[in-house]
Ligand binder design. Sequence first.
Ligand code: ATP
Length: 323
Amino acid sequence: MKKIGVLTSGGDAPGMNAAIRAVVRTCIYNKITPIGIYEGYKGLIENQMKEFSSRDVSNIIQRGGTVLKSARCSQFLTKEGRLQGYKNILANKIDGLIVIGGDGTFAGAKVFFEEFGVPIVGIPGTIDNDLYGTDFCIGYDSALNTIIEAVDKIRDTASSHNRLFIIEVMGRDAGFLALRSGIGVGAEAILIPETPVYTEKLIKKLKDQSTQNKQSMIVIVAEGEKSGGAHAVAEHVKSNCPEFDVKVSILGHIQRGGSPSALDRVLASRLGNAAVDALKNGSKNEMIGILHREISHIPFEKAIKHNVNINPALLKLSEILAI
Ligand code: ATP
């Protein structure tokens, strides 16, 4: 392994820069040349890449986003696009690839490995935390902290006006962000894609709670919640409970940005380092994650296809603590 390429792909996540830094510096430590590939698979296809020095990754560990930039790349979904990417791998004499992203990124990596045999390992970087085989994905903890900080502020205004706030957080298919942040802010209810439509139960719950002298109520809704997200839930509540002063807040892209948390910085540093070691030791076609505090190696196939289940104990906990 003399040259390793690294790219970030799909949605950006806080901590990706810390992972890039760890990859680059672990390569240099091991006398391997690190090649930064810009804009994910798009840059691979368009040959946008350059050798990185240790100084190229100075002063980025604390920055959100990704200095390599990220992109969604429809060309990589085609065999011709991937072939062009492979030609650039050969032209640049890259021996192995590290891709940082989510399940789509790993689906692309898997097919690329199967077609051309290029050793690839993946680092889970997605605020959704929906990859099998790792307890945490880079960015998840930072996004949780951002949500909690924002909702705490909303709680202040909600309490001052006896208001019910319905707050939408990211999570098209997965409710991990909603569930954990909901517990963290003491939400009165949490609605996630994994559970059946909850609106009737929600109305009953809110009416019950309003008799208990609560000064404010917060409902956290994942964007992929089955009745249609925060606005749909709010309409339902307004028509069934006209006595409530209902407000909606969609947190949106602030959840992706900002400086990574301590947990994400350390996680990203460990995973970046372990990914280089894995390639050096002959790993291919797998994700490097963290399980029970130890580095884990999970084939891409499993990481993307096995469902990660919501912990029912956490759901129950959120209900118990909301009374
Ligand atoms: P996030 O979880 O934040 O959305 P992601 O990695 O899942 O991140 P995607 O947009 O799904 O983000 O995937 C990133 C890129 O990976 C796509 O733009 C595409 O180039 C490539 N990709 C995704 N699925 C495949 C596939 N089945 N075959 C080849 N390439 C793929």
